[in-house]
Design a protein around this ligand. Structure first.
Ligand code: PGA
Length: 253
């Protein structure tokens, strides 16, 4: 079975102490994950070492960075390299979140460079894609999202692609309380999988986890995750509340 993943995206929220407490409150539930299930916490950079040590003895629990830089090293004040993440044993990294695309002008080409650096170090990219409201209203979301995949991922080999996780996050559903319906999510996830199948082959496409993101919460997680092409979620707001995220983990297939 494809990996089913509940990924928390804490974004720029909370202090170190609050992050540590949130993680502890979730871990103390001792949810035992099946071999095909994973839980990932995308924590702010200053929390990564602490968070990684908290999950060190928890099978299938991992910590992600929320971003990395697209250059290997050098005079890039304030940036964090993939080598730095590797050196503290980070196994996942969120790439191309819509907030980074919008506020930091991250292009598909820059994201391709980040993907390459991460895969070189065996860090799993969680590659975000998704359309804005005007694109959805013009009904051009399928080609828009396919182009995001094409420009950031199609240079990979099938073997490399099989190590990437995709997160489909319609921008109009992020932090708005407006979730895509489970039918809309399924439709897009099936489309993404067929785009991946055309480029990398059916077997690879069938192995790639495609997460849904955008106002996932305890109350809608079971319904969304139950769709055949939805392999879990990337969760913002609700991941900051322990009991919400615990329920979301339990909603994994
Ligand atoms: P949200 O954020 O769950 O608060 O909508 C999702 C995300 O941006 O990853």
């Amino acid at each position: 079975m494809r990996k089913q993943i509940a990924a928390a995206n804490w974004k720029m929220n909370g202090t170190y102490q609050q992050g540590e407490k949130l993680l502890n409150d979730i871990l103390k539930e001792e949810i035992v994950l099946a071999a095909h299930q994973q839980v990932v916490f995308a924590a702010p950079f200053p929390f990564l070492i602490m968070a990684n040590s908290e999950v060190a003895d928890e099978p299938n629990y991992f910590i992600a960075a929320q971003n990395c830089y697209n250059k290997k090293s050098g005079a890039y004040t304030g940036e964090v390299s993939v080598d730095m993440l590797e050196s503290i044993n980070i196994k996942f990294c969120v790439i191309g979140h819509s907030e980074r695309r919008e506020y930091f002008n991250e292009s598909n080409a820059v994201l391709a460079e980040k993907i390459n650096l991460l895969l070189e170090k065996n860090i799993t990219p969680i590659f975000c894609c998704g359309e804005s409201l005007n694109i959805r209203e013009a009904n051009t979301q399928n080609t828009y999202v396919a182009t995001q995949l094409q420009e950031s991922l199609f240079h990979l080999t099938a073997a490399q692609m099989s190590k990437v996780v995709i997160a489909y996050e319609p921008i109009w559903a992020i932090g708005t309380g407006k979730t895509a319906s489970s039918a809309q999510a399924q439709e897009m996830h099936a489309h993404l999988r067929s785009v991946l199948a055309n480029q990398f082959g059916k077997d690879v496409a069938n192995e790639i986890s495609i997460l849904y993101g955008g106002s996932v919460k305890a109350a809608n997680a079971v319904e969304i995750f139950s769709q055949p092409d939805v392999d879990g979620g990337l969760v913002g707001g609700a991941s900051l509340i322990a009991e919400e995220f615990v329920a979301i983990i339990k909603a994994l297939k």
